[in-house]
Design a protein around this ligand. Structure first.
Ligand code: NAP
Length: 294
């Protein structure tokens, strides 16, 4: 298929490369261009409008709601190149209410709009093993099947357009709260004289075990906070979840507390580290040496 891929960050770059490897005709665009952003086998466009011209599918993966709005409707955005039958897919994690607004605007031009945020981090993107959390019409999703399978291992349809982003926010809400429980457990255990190495086999043998702990523990034990999923992006997603909860008039006290921890960790300058680095803040408060718990 002829695909315009917009946004070549941690996730977008490997996703676009995997589309090329699967034999699709890909044109890429990124806001800033540098040699390492080039995608081998893809054409590079200088604006979203140029990339989208003649594309059957426009796939977006940028930071946040404002970035998606700019790419679609800003100067040299996709909108003027949108044509009847074109499919726009957004794999960024953004506000569900904004998605509905964007979809409505583009639907007036005959565009099908699909929200398809992902879970699986950088490694999942590199290994074409992402999980897509999708909102959109069934026949449109059927058309997109070869593209989903080029970049991911599974696709879950959550309902009509907007429901993919809604489900993605509640997934990240859980990840942040589960990791916070793990990080607080490591901190208290260290204070009480039980090391992380001693505690982990117990966690993994009991009902406390989780995918989040399994994935993060090896990094935390090595004091490796290099970003698989940057703290700044998880913080953004927690704010999006809080806004969605407010719009839905739902009170989520755990989310409010954890959001504040991300705010303080960001103020400590840890926004570009992995979100696992929220542990550093707990250790600082506990008077533990930052890094591997004792
Ligand atoms: P990233 O590495 O920070 O890349 C962000 C991308 O967005 C870059 O291409 C950036 O362009 C572009 N961008 C930012 N602001 C823009 C604007 N105003 N106009 C146009 N382009 C703009 O982020 P990422 O990790 O690839 O994440 C992308 C999305 O996927 C986010 O919504 C994130 O929450 C979600 N996600 C990420 C992960 C993960 O593990 N990283 C996992 C699941 C979901 P420049 O290069 O010019 O800055």
């Amino acid at each position: 298929m002829r695909v315009a891929f917009l946004g070549l960050g941690i996730m977008g770059h490997p996703m676009a490369s995997n589309l090329v490897k699967a034999g699709h005709e890909v044109t890429v665009w990124n806001r800033t261009l540098s040699p390492e952003k080039a995608v081998q086998g893809a054409r590079t466009a200088s604006t979203p409008a140029e990339a989208a011209k003649d594309a059957e599918v426009v796939w977006i993966c940028v930071s946040d709601t404002n970035a998606v709005e700019t790419v679609l409707f800003g100067p040299n955005g996709v909108e003027p190149s949108a044509s009847d039958g074109m499919i726009v897919v957004d794999s960024s994690t953004i506000a569900p209410s904004a998605t509905l607004r964007f979809a409505q605007k583009l639907q007036e031009r005959g565009v099908h709009y699909v929200d398809a945020p992902v879970t699986g981090s950088k490694i999942g993107a590199q290994n074409a093993a992402l999980i897509f959390i999708v909102g959109g019409d069934e026949p449109v999703l059927e058309t997109l099947k070869p593209l989903f399978s080029a970049m991911g291992k599974q696709t879950f349809r959550m309902g009509e357009t907007g429901k993919g982003h809604a489900a993605k926010l509640v997934m990240n809400l859980q990840i942040a709260l589960i990791y916070e429980g793990f990080a607080e457990a490591l901190t208290l255990a260290a204070k009480l004289g039980v090391s992380a190495e001693t505690l982990l086999p117990l966690i993994n043998a009991s009902m406390v075990r989780s995918g989040v702990v399994e994935y993060k523990a090896p990094f935390v034990l090595k004091n490796d906070y290099s970003p698989n999923f940057p703290l700044r992006l998880m913080y953004k997603d927690l704010r999006l979840a809080r806004d969605a909860a407010k719009e839905a008039r739902v009170k989520l006290p755990g989310l409010e507390v954890v959001e504040e921890i991300y705010e303080l960790a960001s103020e400590d300058g840890d926004g570009d580290l992995d979100y696992a680095a929220t542990l550093k803040l707990l250790q600082k408060w506990a008077g533990l040496e930052v890094g591997v718990p004792a």
